[in-house]
Ligand binder design. Structure first.
Ligand code: HEM
Length: 290
């Protein structure tokens, strides 16, 4: 069983030309296995989540009904990226599993949309959003240890509530960056192999071996994205995660969900002056209110 497909180069050498397409099914089956194992674990074995009790009732009283979570710009980016990602997956893999059509033009157009939207996201996240909120911090690492010890039945204090993003979401984001950027960088170079509106076709830009490796990396990133996107959609539909999914549509999450899972000291909310704070409590950012 070979994970790559090979061709003979001009001097008879073996050159990889792309991944073996059965890896598509490996990714799809892995995605489904993940659903089954995770759903079975949650249904029959998982204990209810426990957190260190954090935050005073004074803080809780000052939290508004709707917690802003994703700006309109961030939501638009997410859905444009999702549409281009779906188009890329379908145009790339349907022809490989038997649905033949002229996919290349749709594919590079969707690839260009994804590339521009990811460039936009990098600038937006670096300069206009809290860049560090999506990277694991010291508390995440400490709590991961605590959660593993407690999972194995050993004594450990409960973890803190989450900041804006739980560790799992941060790790998922890092995996998407690795797979997404690999597909994008190789995809931009691969556009030199086909006719596009951006630059003249130049299949001699690289040697056969370099092109081959590029197609292999593009394919590996692509099948990796099949599994990653399946898992993402699965979590998006899970009942306990629906408040998060709704926040990607409407921009906010409810006060109850916020207080149940998030620590206002790790993810402070700016309280608008029209908030539902009880009389006598001056509404203000909770950043200083620990
Ligand atoms: C979800 C992301 C993506 C997936 C799953 C994906 C998947 C694939 C696959 C499986 C192929 C066939 C490669 C082969 O025959 O070995 C391919 C080709 C191609 N991809 Fe992507 N790709 C993605 C993103 C992109 C992006 C972002 C671009 C451009 C910026 C791009 C541009 C291309 C081009 C131009 C080809 C055609 C190459 C040719 O026919 O010679 N792809 N893609």
């Amino acid at each position: 069983m070979d994970f790559l497909e090979w061709a003979n180069g001009p001097w008879g050498q073996n050159i990889p030309i792309h991944i073996a397409w059965f890896l598509i099914w490996v990714a799809v089956i892995s995605g489904f296995l993940f659903f089954i194992v995770h759903a079975t674990y949650l249904r029959y074995f998982a204990k209810p989540k426990e957190f260190v009790t954090s935050g005073s009732s004074l803080i809780a009283a000052r939290i508004p009904e709707h917690i802003p979570r994703h700006s309109l710009t961030a939501r638009l980016f997410h859905w444009i990226m999702a549409a281009s990602m779906f188009t890329l997956l379908l145009t790339a893999f349907l022809p490989k599993v038997g649905f033949r059509f002229g996919w290349v033009t749709y594919h590079w157009i969707a690839g260009s949309v994804l590339t521009v939207s990811v460039l936009f996201h990098i600038i937006h996240a670096s300069f206009f959003m809290d860049f560090w909120s999506i990277w694991p911090d010291k508390i995440d690492v400490r709590d991961a240890r605590r959660r593993i010890l407690r999972f194995m039945g050993m004594a450990a204090p409960p973890p803190d509530k989450f900041a804006k993003y739980p560790l799992e979401n941060k790790l998922y984001h890092a995996a998407i960056i690795a797979a997404g950027l690999s597909a994008i960088v190789t995809g931009v170079f691969m556009m030199f192999r086909v006719r596009t509106i951006f630059f003249p076709r130049n299949p001699y830009l690289f040697g056969d071996m370099t092109w081959g490796m590029m197609y292999v990396l593009h394919g590996l990133a692509g099948v990796g994205l099949i599994a990653l996107i399946m898992v993402h959609i699965y979590f998006g539909f899970r009942p306990e995660k629906r408040p998060i999914t709704k926040s990607m549509i409407f921009g906010w999450m409810s006060r109850d969900f916020y207080l149940k899972e998030h620590d206002p000291r790790r993810w402070p909310v700016e309280v608008p002056s029209s908030s539902t704070a009880p009389k006598g409590v001056e509404p203000q950012g909770l950043r200083d209110a620990s």
